[in-house]
Design a protein around this ligand. Structure first.
Ligand code: U5P
Length: 208
């Protein structure tokens, strides 16, 4: 299953709150960050750990430590930036790579206008963040860019996915796992997710 719907009650509650039509920018931003944190928690559940001995107040103690997992978080500009702080809250040492993709409103296809990747991606887990998986064009293009640079472990976090995007991502990149807070009904004829959240970038940046 390449797209995993997180069914935790906190996630379901928070994504429901985000659907309110008259939600404030402040509330939308806060909930984006809170859900991003919970999705990152789920998406890192299989990270391997190793035993290390530390100097505890009571003497030497054996503890678990994440074993050599290096992460780069990859926000897709600009809406993905809204999820960045939440993910970095629980992965404070992660590097950040940035991909700028804009949607051509006529073709609905993503246009890559900027990217900046951290050093060696071969040894890193990439966690792509973008609030919406609609056609999945942006996500697929970002995975293409990461794989072309040698990244072997690519994961994604989105708030809401459309069935059309789920199918497209699975077909293009069956090895990529994507955690989502909801899988919605469908895409409308201009590529918005229904019921969805509207334009997530506009809501996070207060554009409208
Ligand atoms: N997008 C929304 N709301 C939608 C559908 C798409 O904000 O209902 C934006 C997101 O910002 C996301 C991009 O970055 O479009 C994903 O589109 P796509 O490439 O998956 O079609």
């Amino acid at each position: 299953m390449a797209v995993i719907e997180v069914k935790h009650p906190l996630v379901k509650h928070k994504i429901g709150l985000m659907r309110e039509a008259d939600i404030s920018t402040k509330k939308f931003r806060e909930l984006t960050g809170e859900i991003a944190r919970l999705l990152a928690y789920e998406a890192t559940a299989d990270f391997p750990t190793e035993k290390v001995t530390i100097n505890c107040w009571s003497g030497p103690a054996e503890c678990d430590q994440i074993a050599g997992k290096k992460v780069t978080v990859v926000p897709i500009l600009r809406a993905g930036l809204g999820m960045l702080d939440g993910v970095l809250d629980i992965l404070p040492n992660a590097k950040v790579s940035v991909v700028g993709l804009a949607r051509d409103h006529e073709t609905l296809k993503p246009v890559n206008y900027f990217d900046k990747f951290v050093g060696s991606l071969e040894a890193r887990t990439a966690l792509i963040i973008d609030p919406m998986l609609a056609t999945a064009g942006s996500m697929i293009a970002t995975v293409d860019l990461l794989k072309a640079r040698g990244c072997k472990d690519v994961r994604a976090l989105v708030l809401v996915a459309a069935p059309e995007g789920v199918k497209a991502l699975q077909e293009a990149h069956p090895d990529v796992r994507c955690w989502t807070a909801a899988i919605d009904s469908h895409l409308n004829d201009v590529g918005y997710i229904i019921p969805g959240l509207g334009d997530a970038g506009d809501k996070i940046f207060g554009t409208t």
